[in-house]
Write a protein that binds this ligand. Structure first.
Ligand code: NI
Length: 180
């Protein structure tokens, strides 16, 4: 198990696009495992590789709910999903609003409107090309994570005023940390 440090706002890496991966490239399975460990530890429901500083198009998601409301997921409750090179190939006209958060923007939540359903093409860890049609929370989560691979954060979907407010707050906190 390796929990890696999270990349947080205002780290410029979060604005960069990630590179395509191949399922058989060395270290990829370890990367996916570390991403899952980091996500479960946080805890969060999704993570893109850039969030641990690796600029590769890899996303992990687990929407399972722990039995114990405040507890962590037990091993048997986990349903880890790994997506290599995920891309949205269709999205619905109907929209869905969800209160989003991000492990790279700790303790900040805001409602974001996105398509309610998406079809995503990706490769699995065996290198098989697959498609998934998702709705609800999974659709929101996939779009949020695929955004990360393109250097886009959920705050980029908010009004400029809201985005600037949160960006300034995190920039200020980062300056305070380096000054201390
Ligand atoms: Ni995020």
């Amino acid at each position: 198990m390796a929990v890696r440090p999270l990349v947080t706002l205002p780290d410029p890496l979060l604005k960069q696009a990630s590179a395509p991966v191949r399922a058989d490239e060395p270290g990829l399975k370890e990367l996916a495992r570390d991403m899952l460990d980091t996500m479960y530890d946080a805890p969060g429901i999704g993570l893109a590789a850039v969030q641990i500083g690796v600029m590769k198009r890899v996303v992990v998601i687990d929407l399972s709910k722990p039995k114990d409301e405040d507890g962590a997921l037990a091993e048997g409750e986990k349903n880890p999903m790994v997506f290599l090179n995920p891309e949205i190939i269709w999205s619905s006209d109907e929209l869905r609003v969800h209160e989003e958060g991000c492990l790279s923007i700790p303790d900040y939540y805001e409602a974001v409107e996105r398509p309610d359903r998406v079809r995503v093409r990706y490769q699995d860890l065996a290198g098989e090309t697959r498609e998934i049609e998702a709705d609800g929370l999974l659709a929101t989560c996939l779009q949020h994570e695929i955004d990360h691979l393109n250097g886009v954060l959920f705050i980029d979907h908010l009004s400029r005023l809201k985005r600037e407010r949160v960006t300034k707050r995190f920039a200020k906190a980062a300056r305070r940390d380096t000054a201390a």
